[in-house]
Design a binder for this molecule. Structure first.
Ligand code: SF4
Ligand code: FES
Length: 364
């Protein structure tokens, strides 16, 4: 018996008003006319609940772009699922808040890119910082817990104290400080975004000091920068082990980035029920557990701890998703990570130009 997944990431759209340098959506974005409709999403939510899922994270892109979001939240609550909205805050008006609260939404995670409009513009090519502040106010006035998220990198790590200060002043209960992951779009901007060891060390000190000062008022979480770790992260808790992602067009993946692995044929909710996809589809079985592992993972004592790291990172860096994550010191491909780290710690050289994320139609 395959254990049930715990969480569903419902990526209801890839449309987004931001253009972040580290966008975690796949390289090939799904267009508006490719999105599945309300009835299909309602069925997916019911099937997820039947499968054993207990939490649904409504994400994107910007999920508020979809006019049926409250209907989807209500369906999830009707199935007794915990519901969380992951949003840039752009479009989170009083009216949307009312309808989402009425639908039973449990929590909101609001992202910021920096502590000022200028810092936001540098990362996301939009200055609408005031809209985010307004969204935070509306979230709190609605009685919803305000969780916040900031992706950290070379361009904003030196401002960490000020960033934490902004989240504190906006009333956040919890702040996730997520160091950038370098696959998908983030890999394109790696030399711009990867911090130096010294910069990261200074930021980590700020994190520990502020965590102690804020204890009991605001919870701080530090998501490790894996390029500076000796072993990889246990990405997604292991392939197809605890969660699944449904993309805007109904394709289903073990994680939000896996769509970029074009050596696997990912199933769709339009062709198969979710329980078959989870338990039986070849793409979900491919890297589940430890039997698929090559050496050095196969004979490593950590294989049940990190599951060989991240399949998407292995694919992005080596072109083979079955290889040991190159972050690992034991990986034969570790030089691919070490070379980037060495470049980030050189003191000379001009910073590369930023490559902003744009929707395909706009880019064309
Ligand atoms: Fe993890 Fe594989 Fe590295 Fe061992 S060899 S630490 S299992 S990635
Ligand atoms: Fe896909 Fe790590 S992001 S397995």
């Amino acid at each position: 018996m395959t254990p049930a997944p715990y969480g569903l990431l419902a990526e209801v759209t890839h449309q987004c008003p931001l253009h972040c340098l580290y966008c975690s959506n796949p390289l090939e974005l799904r267009q508006r006319d490719e999105e599945i409709g309300t009835e299909d999403w309602l069925r997916v939510i019911r099937e997820a609940a039947d499968l054993g899922v207990v939490q649904v994270h409504f994400s994107g892109g910007e999920p508020l772009v979809r006019g049926d979001l409250a209907e989807l939240v209500a369906e999830a609550r009707g199935c007794e699922l915990y519901t969380n909205l992951i949003t840039s805050g752009l479009g989170f008006t009083e009216e949307r808040a009312k309808s989402l609260v009425a639908a039973g939404l449990n929590s909101v995670q609001l992202s910021i890119q920096g502590d000022t409009a200028e810092a936001s513009e540098l990362v996301a090519a939009t200055r609408r910082f005031d809209k985010k502040r307004e969204a935070a106010r509306i979230i709190i006035d609605s009685g919803l817990p305000l969780n916040m998220n900031v992706v950290l990198h070379r361009l904003n790590l030196d401002r960490l104290d000020a960033i934490i200060g902004v989240c504190e002043s906006w009333g956040a209960e919890r702040l996730e400080l997520a160091n950038t992951q370098y696959y998908g779009w983030g890999l394109r901007n790696r030399d711009l975004l990867l911090p130096s060891r010294e910069q990261l060390g200074a930021a980590e000190e700020v994190y520990h000091r502020r965590k102690a000062e804020l204890a009991g008022r605001m919870e701080l979480l530090w998501i490790l920068p894996d390029y500076y770790e000796p072993y990889p992260k246990p990405c997604m808790g292991g392939w197809a082990r605890t969660a699944l992602t449904v993309a805007p067009d109904g394709s289903v993946y073990p994680c939000p980035v896996a769509a970029d692995i074009d050596t696997l044929d990912f199933p769709s909710v339009l062709a198969h029920p979710l329980d078959w996809i989870w338990a039986k589809s070849p793409a979900f079985q491919e890297y589940r557990g430890t039997d698929w592992m090559p050496d050095p993972c196969r004979s490593c004592s950590r294989k049940e701890i990190d599951f060989g790291g991240c399949r998407c990172q292995a694919y992005a860096l080596t072109g083979d998703a079955s290889r040991t994550d190159p972050v690992c010191t034991f990986s034969p491909d570790h030089h691919l990570v070490q070379d980037a780290v060495d470049r980030a710690n050189e003191t000379s050289g001009a910073a590369p130009e930023p490559v902003y994320r744009r929707p395909r139609a706009a880019a064309e």
